[in-house]
Design a binder for this molecule. Structure first.
Ligand SMILES: [Zn+2]
Length: 340
């Protein structure tokens, strides 16, 4: 089968890979209906995050189940399914507490690589959620968004304790930040400040429910958020970048007693203990337990309440995967969808 493989910095190629096989009795094999490129794929692509190459790429997926192992009980061939970037049993104590991305049996789907025609998904019963029926084609981008960026933005909002009457600030205007805006709107936020300096992304943020745009970054950006909130800072701040600057911008934009939900994959971030101590800010985040939110998100998409698929502003064939990475690397695209 064809699949994307990273060979070195800025060198992604479509290769002929071995087709997936059932390895564990709890596995499923899916045929991808669509896949995509994640902002987090850019870290190894740019050579910032060291990976052993050649590395199969991709951890976002929706598709049709082709085959299941003999121990799989609820997932069946023919179903259209969505899963997240960590396979999880959904039965252990950590899963049942809502942290499936820290499942005691978790497996990273990124190591399998879903920018491909087919993929093996471990722990199928726990990991995969089937849609009510095979979806119409126009719903596929939104369902694919639920596999990671929507679920991650949603967790950012939940971790930031977004709710009715609250002012929310969102640091980061990638797909996760933009869908954090959408999540905040859906969760009832009164005011949503999107921090972005890119006009097309500002527009999408406004479409998703942002009420204010702040273009400045760093301490100037913090001062703008404070100015919009009577000098107090936001109740809830979603951090969706993962750098030292974005993390400090998030913490400093939050009022005492407020909450930061951080979902940008942390790269060389060091938090100053003394500043954190005196900030009175709650800080919670990490790899999003997307599986917790999937049934609700699928329902909202299926009933056309939300349209997170709008974050895909470039759709290519899987054959054009190298161009898909280049477009995101050069910020010509927010997020690239790939049709296998
Ligand atoms: Zn578990």
């Amino acid at each position: 089968m064809r699949g994307a493989v990273l060979y070195g910095p800025r060198d992604v190629r479509l290769d002929e890979r071995d087709g997936p096989k059932i390895v564990e009795l709890t596995d499923a094999i899916i045929r991808l209906s669509a896949t995509c490129i994640c902002g987090s794929d850019l870290w190894p692509y740019r050579g910032i995050e060291a990976v052993q190459v050649p590395a199969p790429m991709g951890h976002e997926y929706v598709g049709i189940v082709e085959e299941v192992g003999s121990a799989v009980r609820t997932i069946e061939p023919g179903q259209f399914v969505i899963g997240s970037f960590f396979a999880s049993d959904n039965t252990c104590e950590i899963c049942r507490s809502g942290y499936q991305s820290a499942c005691v049996h978790r497996e990273a789907v990124g190591a399998i690589g879903t920018q491909a025609e087919r993929a093996r998904i471990p722990l199928a019963d726990g990991t995969l959620v089937a849609t009510p029926d095979v979806p119409p084609p126009d719903l596929i981008p939104s369902l694919l968004a639920a596999s990671d960026v929507l679920g991650t933005g949603w967790f950012g909002a939940v971790a930031a304790e977004v709710g009715p009457g609250k002012t929310v600030a969102v640091v980061g205007d990638g797909a996760v930040g933009l869908l954090g805006v959408l999540a905040a709107k859906h969760l009832g936020a009164e005011r949503i400040i999107a921090m972005s300096r890119h006009v097309p992304r500002q527009k999408l943020a406004l479409e998703f429910g942002a009420t204010d745009i702040v273009e400045e970054r760093g301490d100037v950006g913090v001062a703008r958020v404070k100015a919009l909130t009577d000098g107090l800072g936001a109740h809830s701040v979603i951090e969706a970048v993962g750098t030292q600057e974005s993390m400090m911008q998030a913490i400093r934009s939050t009022r005492p007693g407020g909450h930061v939900g951080y979902v940008g994959v942390s790269h060389d971030v060091e938090l100053p203990g003394r500043e954190l101590f005196f900030s009175h800010v709650h800080v919670h985040g990490g790899p999003a337990p997307v599986r917790r939110f999937l049934p609700e998100l699928i329902d909202l998409i299926w009933n056309r309440v939300i349209d997170p698929g709008k974050v895909f502003d470039l759709a290519l064939l899987l054959d054009e995967v190298a161009e898909g990475y280049r477009a995101m690397d050069e910020r010509r695209a927010i997020k690239t969808l790939l049709w296998p």
